[in-house]
Design a protein around this ligand. Structure first.
Ligand SMILES: *Cc1c(COP(=O)(O)O)cnc(C)c1O
Length: 422
């Protein structure tokens, strides 16, 4: 297991290995940052060029003509994405951004009533989610200091479902939680949390940014009320690509909190009436004209996910992360790394989180060695070996390079502070 030959053998047995050549991978580089920005694939490039071609050839008629008529693209991609989240075809639409979708969903489903007025999130949440919840509370006239509760993490890395459930009091109207924590990579038990929330008449939604394209979901079967996610991480849709949202069909017909003309029933939209007739599916939660050029790469990228199968992707991803954990434990034992990701497969998402006091400059040394990780302040190294384009040999090489960096103290050539992004 600790030899390069073993890693090569694993690559030979990998039935997803054929997808690697579909991506643009820089010669000599090991890219392990697919959970921040996935790489460009040839299919995503082709679908973007195809949409440009349609603009070139059809002008305004591109809205209804060409291979992917733009007017229906958000809905069509939603249908194709639905299987990745375990939803019905009409429950998903590809629209907006993670943050704007969260605003839309909270504006639509946060209905403070009597003393049921508070929102529950968690201490480890991604900042944009907290900012959005704070501003939604303020818009409704509540002070976020009293009305936004955060479930605690006892160790600063993980959340316990029991601790979250304890916070589900009568005062809570709405819950927003991540499916996978962006730092430790812990998967929350969405099924259990949804069940507990519903027992108490609380609406619950999840941020799937780190789980879409990495693990499978059963949002409809679990009864999750809503969800939202970005498509530029594991889904490889490109920087700033259009995001996704899911609304459970039980809520079809709910008035969109932030309406726009794309909330309209499709066949009514161009009647141009001042009385909105919202669509009776997830499409109602769109606002304005979709960002077609940022939707286009998702067409190609998604076709790979649907072809490869999310269960196969998840299986390989788990093999990659557990292999890497074993190598780190063995090879880096003398160097003070702490793995902050769950050891159990059922709880571990698509990336690993390593802590080290010198993390910022270790990341810089890795980059100097042509390995691309992700630094998370103050002392975290996030590593995502991605099933569609990374190899077992790359995992092996990365750990060897990390060992060299520590053994030879290469990291000391760099300052231990972060750059603007990571
Ligand atoms: C990446 C990420 C976001 C990003 O939100 P944008 O609106 O796409 O900038 C939000 N939440 C989580 C958990 C993320 O990982």
């Amino acid at each position: 297991m600790f030899t390069r030959e073993y890693a090569k053998e694993m690559d030979k047995q990998d039935n997803l290995s054929k997808y690697r050549k579909e991506f643009y991978i820089k010669e000599g580089q090991i890219y392990l940052d697919g959970n921040s920005l996935g790489l460009l694939s040839k299919r995503a490039e082709a679908s973007l060029l195809n949409v440009l071609q349609s603009w070139r050839d059809n002008g305004i008629d591109g809205w209804t003509e060409g291979d992917n008529p733009w007017f229906y693209l958000s809905e069509n991609l939603g249908e194709k994405m639905a299987s990745l989240v375990g939803a019905g075809k009409e429950e998903v639409v590809v629209t907006g951004s993670t943050t704007s979708n969260l605003h839309q969903l909270v504006a639509s489903f946060y209905m403070p009533n009597g003393n049921k007025t508070k929102i529950l999130a968690d201490e480890l949440a991604f900042p944009t989610d907290i900012y959005a919840l704070q501003s939604q509370l303020e818009i409704k006239g509540y002070n976020h200091r009293t009305h936004l509760l955060k479930a605690i993490s006892t160790d600063g890395h993980f959340l316990k479902e029991e601790d979250i459930i304890k916070e589900m009091t009568e005062e809570i109207a709405l819950i927003v939680l991540p499916s996978i924590l962006y730092r430790s990579g812990q998967i929350l038990d969405m099924k259990r949390l949804t069940k507990e929330a519903h027992k108490r008449n609380i609406i619950i939604g999840f941020d799937l940014c780190h789980s879409i394209g990495a693990i499978s979901h059963e949002l409809s079967a679990w009864g999750v009320d809503f969800a939202f996610w970005c498509n530029y991480k594991h889904l490889n849709g490109g920087p700033g690509s259009v995001a996704g949202l899911y609304v459970n069909k039980q809520h079809f017909g709910t008035k969109p909190g932030l309406a726009g003309w794309f909330s309209s029933k499709k066949d009514k939209q161009f009647d141009m009436e001042h009385q909105l007739t919202p669509e009776k599916n997830a499409g109602a939660f769109q606002m304005g004209t979709p960002h077609i050029l940022s939707l286009a790469p998702i067409i190609g990228s998604l076709s790979m996910f649907n072809e490869a199968g999310i269960d196969n992707i998840r299986k390989k991803s788990l093999m990659l992360t557990s292999y890497m954990q074993e190598l780190i434990k063995e090879e880096l034992a003398p160097y003070n790394f702490v793995i902050r990701s769950p050891k159990e497969d059922e709880k571990r998402g698509g990336h690993l989180f390593l802590e080290h006091p010198e993390a910022a400059r270790i990341c810089k040394a890795l980059k100097a060695n042509n390995v691309i990780p992700d630094f998370r302040s103050p002392n975290g190294i996030r590593i995502a070996p991605v099933a569609l384009y990374n190899t077992f040999e790359e995992v092996w090489l990365t750990v060897q390079k990390l060992k060299g960096i520590m053994e030879e103290e290469q990291y000391k050539q760099f300052e231990n502070i972060r750059g603007v992004i990571a």
